[in-house]
Design a protein around this ligand. Structure first.
Ligand code: NAD
Ligand code: ZN
Length: 381
């Protein structure tokens, strides 16, 4: 038996943040990205709470790829403040940190988990509707995708006003994260008709609006669409899970702090070739792996399908590489310029072992061996 459930109430459209005006006299712990606070963007949230009788405090010790220590800091503040609600405002890092705070606080005090609102300020992770929180163990240089139903936020607020300030390079990275979520969920061995419908719509929106959103932060229509696409992809992978691209990207994030979406963007074309077993030398076959039909559907949604399976998978891979280059995302790790060859090659064996153990890899359509993952890491250098 399979089930499909959306646990999060999603508030979206113009002035979606007005949902906050429904608060009355509660105590609210806001967990926010420090940029959101320093830039004044937070006033979109606090300004509305100021119009209610709510008492709030802000925890803003959030860093990208949130480590356990920062979660503990949040738990401390929560235990001292005793909030009725948590309102998380920020990118995936702030939302994941807040999910961790809520979960660990409930476990430590053996009390009910506190209701949580998630307000994303990037259009990328879909964390506002997922049971995942990706936490970093900085000592071991590992990232762990924790997953449990009690981490799913109760409500999400999607308001495009909060993503207008996202600069081009972060729009590119987070947008390709959305594309990767949608495609990996679509071909995951756990995919189903519900996750498939959500993933297809998300891919379609990315195809139509990601480059537009990248080109101008003033393009509210494109930014609103990408904010919805991010959430749709989150719903898709919350049901179907992800794949090897994410399994490998998590290690690149943990070891080298390559932004999550950028790591996915670099990996995705290579992983599609690997999963489909279609590369330059491929010749027509009678039968293809089941994921090939799925990749061909993705290509059709993006308007790049053509004569047969082989040329269509090639066209999809080429399209994704084109998207990367249009948005100035390097095509390999070397061209990022932030990682030395010596450090990278020294880390490959450990990263490959960790990628194999990563929860996302388990639902990849092709089961990789350690040697194959090592080769894939070498290939993207
Ligand atoms: N929980 C999930 O389901 C899930 C899914 C995918 C990825 N993740 C995790 O989420 C994290 C990545 O999240 P992310 O890609 O949203 O990036 P992020 O939250 O790390 O933020 C990236 C940068 O964008 C800035 N930023 C955020 N909002 C902004 C705004 N409105 N304007 C300008 N700058 C803004 C932040 O200050 C930060 O410097 C990673 O740790 C990744 O592993 C979680
Ligand atoms: Zn992701």
């Amino acid at each position: 038996m399979k089930t499909f459930e959306v646990k999060t109430k999603i508030n979206f459209g113009q002035n979606a943040l007005d949902r906050l005006l429904d608060f009355k006299t509660e105590r609210v712990l806001i967990i926010a990205d420090p940029f959101v606070v320093s830039s004044g963007l937070i006033r979109q949230v606090t300004g509305r709470l100021d119009r209610t009788q709510v008492t709030y405090e802000i925890y803003q010790d959030v860093v990208p790829d949130p480590p356990i220590e920062k979660i503990i800091g949040g738990v401390r503040q929560l235990m001292a403040f005793h909030p009725d609600y948590i309102v998380a405002v920020g990118g995936g890092s702030a939302l994941d940190l807040a999910k961790g705070v809520r979960k660990f606080a409930a476990e430590m005090s053996q009390s009910e988990r506190i209701p949580m609102f998630a307000i994303p300020t990037t259009s990328g992770t879909g964390s506002e509707v997922t049971s995942f929180a990706v936490i970093t163990d900085s000592e071991a240089n590992r990232k762990y995708p924790l997953s449990s139903d009690d981490m799913i936020p109760d409500e999400a607020i999607l308001d495009e006003e909060l993503v207008k300030s996202v600069p081009a390079s972060i729009t590119a990275d987070t947008g390709m994260d959305v594309m990767t979520h949608a495609i990996e969920a679509y071909v995951s061995i756990n995919n189903n008709e519900f996750s498939g419908a959500l993933a297809e719509k998300s891919v379609e929106i990315c195809g139509q609006f990601l480059l537009r959103s990248y080109a101008s932060c003033e393009d509210s229509h494109a930014r609103r669409k990408m904010h919805i696409a991010s959430c749709l992809a989150g719903l898709a992978f919350n049901s179907a899970s992800l794949g090897l691209t994410h399994g490998m990207a998590h290690q690149l994030g943990a070891k080298f702090h390559i932004p999550h979406g950028r790591a996915n963007a670099i990996l995705l074309p290579t992983i599609i070739q690997y999963n489909s077993r279609i590369d330059r030398a491929s010749r027509s076959r009678k039968e293809y792996d089941p994921c090939v039909r799925k990749y061909c559907n993705v290509a059709r949604v993006l308007g790049v399908s053509n004569l047969n399976e082989i040329t269509t998978v090639h066209a999809l891979v080429a399209y994704l590489r084109f998207m990367n280059s249009e948005m100035d995302i390097p095509s390999n790790i070397r061209d990022l310029g932030s990682v030395s060859a010596a450090d990278y090659f020294e880390a490959i064996n450990d990263m490959a072992a960790a990628a194999l153990a990563d929860g996302c890899t388990a639902t990849n359509p092709r089961t990789p061996t350690l040697e194959e993952v090592i080769e894939l890491y070498k290939k993207i250098w």
